[in-house]
Structures are given as C-alpha cells and as structure tokens.
Design a protein around this ligand. Structure first.
Ligand code: NGQ
Ligand code: ZN
Length: 462
C-alpha cells in the first residue's frame, strides 16, 4: 500500500485540507483522512482533484489537427466549408493509415491527455480494416493497437469498437471511402468478443460498443448489437453520435418522422449505460426527456465549435438534472480547460449573460462544470473513477498553485482561475491507479512518443 498526503483536495463532500489517501497495491483508494498529520508520509504540494475522463476520442484524428482550416480544400465546388467537407479531408487522411501509424498517434495523444489531466479515455474506434477495406488477419488488430498505446501511456481506457454498416438512413449503402469502417453484425461481434476475452478483466480497461450513428446502422442492427453485447456484459457502455448536424436531423425526419434523439429514446431503452455524443440539436422536449433518461450527453465543445456544429442546450439540460461529460473528439485541442471554458462561453455568447452554467447564485461555474463532467465521464466510461473516495481508482491530478494565476486562490476560485484565467497548464502531477505517471509536468515517454509521432508525420505527409 502507498500513502499520499495533499495540502488540499476536492472530495465528494467538498474541499478538504491535509488529506491523506491510502492506495492499495492494485490502485484503489482504501482509506481517506482529512486534517491528518503528514509526518512520515510522502507529501505532495498543491491541490489534488479527481482525474477527468475524456469520454470521446477518435485517436487518429489528432494527426490532422489544424489541417482542415483552409477554405475549399475539399469542396472545390463553391459550396461553403462545412462539417461534411471537413469529413472528406479526414477520410482522405485515414485512407492510407497503417497499424504502426495508429500506434504512434495514439501513444502521443494519450501521453498528452495525461499531461492535460485526463486519466481515462473512451476511444470511439471505427478504423477497423486495411486500406482496401479487408479485415486484418487479426480482425481486432487496430483496436489492439489503440489499447496497447493506452496501457503503455498509463491512461485508463474504455474501448468502444464501432458498428458501422451503412452510409445514411434507411440502410443507404456506404461510400468507398468508408470501406475501412464496415462490418456486419457477426464480424463486428467477432471483434467485440475477442476484445472482451482478451481485455475484459484487465485493470483500467473496459470494453463497450459504439453504433456509429443512426446513419450507419439500421434499427434492426442497432437492436441486435445491443442484445449481443448484453450476452457478454449487460452493463457495458454504449455510445452513439447523434444530432450533431442539422442535416442529420432533417434526414432523420424525412426517414422516420422523428428527430434523432426523439427516435432513439422511443426505440431503445436509453438509460445510464448510454452516452449520446453531441446531441446538439434537440427540441425542448427531447432535452428534457434525455435529461430524465440519465444517459450521459457527451459534449466536445472545441470540436463542436471547430466543425460548426451548433450549441448544445446546456443550461436547460443541466437544470433538468441532465448528466454531461466532456471529450476532445477530433483533438483539435487536448486540453480539458478549453472544453469546460468553451462549454460555458458558448452559452455566454448566445445568451449575452455570464456564469450561465453555475447552477445558481454564489455558485462557481468551473466547480459546477468540473463536478458534472467527473460524474458523467465516470458513467460514460463505466469505470470506478471520478471521485476521491474509498473504493474508487486512485486517479488524481495535482495543480501547481505556487505561481499566478492560481497562487493565493482558495477552494472554488482555484478551479475558476484555472478554467477561465490560466493560459499555461498548471497540472503538475498525475496519478493513475496510484501510479505517479506525470511528474513535474513530464511523462516518462515524452521523448519516445514525440519521436514516433514525428516519424509517422514524415511517413504520412511526405
Ligand atoms: C467521426 N466526427 O466519426 O469521426 C465523426 C465525423 C460522421 C464527429 N462527429 C463523421 N465529430 O459523423 O459521419
Ligand atoms: Zn466523434
């Protein structure tokens, strides 16, 4: 057992001073004492917070960050740049990616996530097949690469193999540039079952599934995939992209007479094992019903801004008791401060008010959002994380408060000053399952991960 002593920590009941945390050899919090003596215990200066889950990642897209910002790169038709033209740029890039490229990108990304304060990632993984669209000799090859990168970096992972069978509503055939994603139910379940067998009992790993979107699966296929998953693990997480773009809403209405979130709520038992990614475009009725379902709304504010998605109705959703978490999705930014900041700033720009998501008078905005994203992130990942309490995994981050703008701040003002007032990264130490993975802002694999990432860039952007 290891024992750590912190000057200050954020516990489920609020801020506490002189906190001693006992961690079992397998990485779980076993004892927790406040106002404790630090004598003889390894003392960690700074403020400890629960590590954050990043509930939505497409790892390979990190290599593209900043390369979708030139007008007309994909459209060349005079049409405005859009989510759909960005998607073409993204598809062009992934067409040539090899397994070793995925390893290099994921390792670098996960090292960077840890340094940003993310201690678990939910990887929504759809790049299954080789460049021709044929299964690798191990059909789970690409998933195994991603999970291996997470284990090497030391981040917890909820791996979500993606079911992708169609190119649009009503079973529209997929396009040639989607060939690397495609599986029928049997081939998909071969991947899921193999991963479940290999990693199902591994500490820090959970296997769920992700039907890509209502565009990519038919109702029958969706139902069959959920039933098949239940045979393996009836509580495993299920994630799905939904209602990110108004075009999807229009196409769903044309197909079914229902809006996407409305359709999903009526046709599946949506509960806390589900995570609806984006859920940007909802009517008030959908917003209230999704909040009541206890499913997580997986918000990715920097990607949603970057792709021109629209604004999630965050104020209403939270007031109705909805559960949210954050993800960095396309990884245009790998910075949890930016996700929480832009979640609030979107609302401010829209309502022309301030502290919109604070939850009431005299409440701190950053504290509300940090707490909310911890709960939703843990739920979406289906792992024992998200709080510094006995029985949870010892995943925590330590903020350096020895310099401005965090210096001298107390309690919630520390979080507000980090999320809204900090231009540098104050995350100094990161522990995952009690292992001290980021020390003084450095990860042991920083150099190796950067070198492998640069080699990948040389291969792919000659
Ligand atoms: C994805 N990304 O699967 O990577 C999607 C774009 C789609 C985001 N939705 C493709 N942000 O939705 O068809
Ligand atoms: Zn996504």
């Amino acid at each position: 057992m290891t024992t750590l002593h912190f000057e200050k920590a954020l516990l489920p009941g609020g801020w506490a001073e002189n906190v001693t945390i006992g961690v079992t050899d397998d990485g779980f919090i076993h004892s927790l004492e406040t106002d404790a003596e630090s004598a003889g215990i390894s003392f960690v200066p700074g403020v400890a917070l629960p590590g954050m889950a990043n509930l939505h990642s497409h790892a390979f897209q990190r290599a593209l960050a900043g390369l979708g910002e030139v007008s007309g790169t994909a459209t060349k038709s005079g049409k405005p740049d859009s989510f759909w033209s960005w998607r073409t740029v993204m598809y062009d890039f992934l067409a040539a990616l090899q397994p070793e490229d995925i390893s290099a990108i994921a390792l670098k990304l996960y090292v960077d996530m840890l340094k940003a304060g993310y201690t678990t990632v939910a990887e929504f993984h759809y790049l299954h097949h080789d460049t021709q669209g044929n299964a690798y000799s191990d059909p789970a090859e690409m998933s195994a690469r991603v999970i291996a990168a997470a284990l090497e970096a030391g981040i917890g992972i909820t791996h979500l193999p993606v079911l992708y069978s169609h190119g649009g509503f009503a079973g529209k055939p997929a396009q040639p540039d989607q060939r690397r994603f495609l599986n029928g139910l049997d081939d998909f379940m071969t991947i899921v079952t193999a991963l479940h067998t290999e990693y199902g009992a591994m500490p820090g790993v959970r296997i769920g599934i992700a039907p890509h979107s209502l565009r990519a699966v038919t109702p029958d296929l969706l139902g069959a995939a959920v039933s098949a998953l239940n045979q393996l693990d009836a509580t495993a997480p299920i994630h799905i992209h939904i209602a990110e773009q108004t075009r999807e809403v229009d196409e769903c209405l044309a197909w079914s007479g229902k809006r996407p979130v409305e359709w999903l709520l009526e046709n599946q038992s949506i509960d806390q094992r589900w995570c609806l990614i984006h859920a940007t475009h909802m009517s008030d009725e959908e917003t209230d019903a999704l909040a009541a379902s206890k499913a997580v709304a997986g918000l990715c504010p920097t990607t949603e801004a970057n792709l021109g998605d629209g604004l999630f109705p965050a104020h209403r959703f939270l007031e109705k008791g909805g559960v949210i978490g954050i993800g960095s999705d396309s990884h245009i930014s790998v910075n949890l401060k930016e996700e929480l900041r832009w979640l609030e700033y979107g609302q401010r720009l829209f309502t022309r008010q301030r502290a919109v998501l604070s939850g009431g008078p005299q409440k701190s905005t950053a504290r509300r959002l940090y707490d909310a994203a911890l709960i939703g992130g843990a739920r979406a990942c289906g792992q024992p994380i998200g709080a510094l309490e006995v029985g949870k995994r010892a995943d925590l981050i330590v903020l350096d408060c020895s310099t401005s703008p965090l210096y001298g701040r107390s309690d919630d003002a520390i979080l507000d000053s980090w999320i809204f007032g900090c231009d540098t990264n104050p995350v100094r130490d990161v522990y995952v399952a009690g292992r001290h993975i980021v020390q003084g802002g450095h990860h042991g694999l920083d150099q190796i991960a950067e070198k492998q990432f640069q080699d990948m860039l040389k291969r792919r952007f000659k």
